[in-house]
Design a protein around this ligand. Structure first.
Ligand code: NAD
Ligand code: WQD
Length: 340
C-alpha cells in the first residue's frame, strides 16, 4: 500500500504537520525531520492519533550535515518536502544572520546531502512575499519579484539558488510553491497554529482575542485602497495548502523544468471581513481598534491560482467560513496551544 519515502523537513510545524496527515492518507511513508526550534513534539503525537499510525521522527537540524547524512543513510528517500526554516518577518529584521543561516545555509546543506545520496526531488516552501508590493492583483507567477526584509530575501535567494542548481544538473526535480496566507486547522481541532508569544499574524491574533487571551485587535490601517480601507489578503485553508504538496509529489517525477506555483484561493478578504467571519463562526466578539499602518505592509495581495489548476490539478476547496470554524475549534479546544 505504501508508495515512496518522503522526508518532511520542518514537519512538526504548522503547515508540515497538516501536510504529514495528507501524505500518510495518500499512502506515502514519511519521515519527519525537525529541530523543534518552533514546534512541539506534541504536534506529532496528535498527528499519529489522527492517522492512527506511528511516525518516524528524527530530531535534527538542516544545517547539520551529519544529522541529515544519518537520515539519508538509514532510509531510502525518494523526495524531500522542505518546510524547515524561520518565518517571522519582524524577527528577520532583528536577526538577519540567523535567517540567512537557517533558511539559506540550511537549504544549501540539505541539497548537498541530497545530491550525495542521489535524491534530487525537492518541493520548497516559498511565499507570496517574493512578489513584494505587486503592481496589480491577482498575482501571476511571472510577476516581478522583490523583497523588503531578510525573511523575504531568504526565500528569493533560495528560489534563485534552486534554479541555478537545476541549470547545473537537470536531473534535479524542483517545485517551488508560493503560499499566500495559510490559516485554519485540521478539522479534528487537535492540531493547529501555535505561535510563540503574541501572534504577529492576523488569524491567530483574532482567534486569541475571541478566546479571551488578548483584549483587542489592532487593525493596522484603514486608509488603504481596498473595499473597506483595511489590508486585503488571500487566506488559504492549511488543509488545502497541504493538499497542494501531495499534488506536487504526484507530478514531480515527470517535470522537465523548475515549476513555480502560487497556492492561493484567488479571493482577497480584508482584515474587517476576517473579523466579521470569525465572530460569526465563533459566536464571540472580537473587539478591535484602528491603529497606524504596519511598516512594510501592502494594500492588496491575492493569487491568480489558475496555473496551479493547470499544472498540479489543484485548487482550493475551503472557504472563509471553514477557515474560521476550524481555527476556532483548534483555539477554543487548545487555548494555550500544545502546552495545554
Ligand atoms: P513553522 O515555524 O510552524 O514550521 C517550520 C518548522 O521548521 C518548525 O517545526 C521548526 O521547528 C522547524 N525548523 C526551523 N529551522 C529548522 C532547522 N534549522 N532545522 C530543522 N528544523 C527547523 O512554520 P510554517 O508556518 O509551518 O511554515 C513552513 C514553511 O512555509 C516555512 O519555510 C515558511 O517560511 C513557509 N511559509 C509559511 C507561511 C506562513 O504564513 N505560515 C507563508 C509562506 C511560506
Ligand atoms: C494580514 C493582514 C495586516 C495583524 C505575513 C508574511 C508573509 C507570509 C504570511 C510567510 C495585513 C493585518 C495583522 C494584526 C492587522 N509568511 N493585521 N493586525 O503580512 O500578509 O503576511 O504572513 O511567508 O511573508 O509577511 O500576514 O497575517 O501578518 O497580516 O491588522 O494584529 O492583517 O496589516 O493587512 P501578511 P499577516
Amino acid at each position: 500500500m505504501s508508495k515512496h519515502k518522503i522526508l518532511v523537513t520542518g514537519g512538526a510545524g504548522y503547515i508540515g504537520s497538516h501536510t504529514a496527515i495528507l501524505l500518510i492518507e495518500a499512502g506515502y511513508d514519511i519521515i519527519i525531520f525537525d529541530n523543534f526550534s518552533n514546534a512541539s513534539k506534541e504536534s506529532i503525537k496528535r498527528v499519529e492519533t489522527i492517522v492512527n499510525k506511528d511516525i518516524i521522527l528524527i530530531e535534527g537540524d538542516i544545517r547539520n550535515r551529519n544529522d541529515l547524512h544519518n537520515v539519508f543513510t538509514h532510509y531510502c528517500i525518494d523526495a524531500v518536502i522542505h518546510f524547515a526554516g524561520l518565518k517571522a518577518v519582524g524577527e528577520s529584521v532583528e536577526k538577519p544572520l540567523s535567517y540567512y543561516d537557517n533558511n539559506i545555509n540550511g537549504t544549501i546543506v540539505l541539497c548537498e546531502v541530497m545530491a550525495e545520496h542521489n535524491c534530487k526531488s525537492i518541493v520548497f516552501s516559498s511565499s507570496a512575499t517574493v512578489y513584494g508590493d505587486p503592481h496589480t492583483t491577482p498575482i501571476k507567477e511571472n510577476f516581478p519579484l522583490s523583497a523588503t526584509n531578510p525573511y523575504g530575501r531568504s526565500k528569493l535567494f533560495i528560489e534563485e539558488m534552486l534554479h541555478d542548481l537545476y541549470i547545473s544538473d537537470s536531473s534535479w526535480k524542483i517545485i517551488l510553491l508560493r503560499y499566500f496566507n495559510p490559516v485554519g486547522a485540521h478539522i479534528s481541532g487537535t492540531i493547529g497554529e501555535d505561535p510563540n508569544g503574541i501572534p504577529n499574524n492576523l488569524m491567530p491574533f483574532i482567534a486569541q482575542t475571541a478566546v479571551g487571551k488578548l483584549n483587542c485587535l489592532s487593525v493596522f490601517g484603514d486608509d488603504y485602497d481596498t473595499h473597506d480601507g483595511t489590508g486585503v489578503r488571500d487566506y488559504i485553508h492549511v488543509t488545502d495548502l497541504a493538499d497542494g504538496h501531495v499534488k506536487a509529489l504526484d507530478i514531480i517525477k515527470d517535470i522537465k523544468k523548475v515549476i513555480t506555483v502560487n497556492l492561493g484561493t484567488g479571493t482577497g478578504y480584508s482584515v474587517l471581513d476576517m473579523v466579521k467571519a470569525f465572530e460569526k463562526a465563533s459566536g464571540k466578539d472580537v473587539p478591535y481598534c484602528i491603529a497606524p499602518r504596519r511598516a512594510g505592509d501592502i494594500a492588496k495581495c491575492f493569487a491568480d491560482p489558475s496555473y496551479a489548476k493547470e499544472v498540479l490539478n489543484w485548487e482550493a476547496t475551503k472557504g472563509i467560513e471553514e477557515m474560521c470554524q476550524d481555527s476556532w475549534r483548534w483555539q477554543s479546544n487548545n487555548p494555550n496551544g500544545y502546552e495545554g
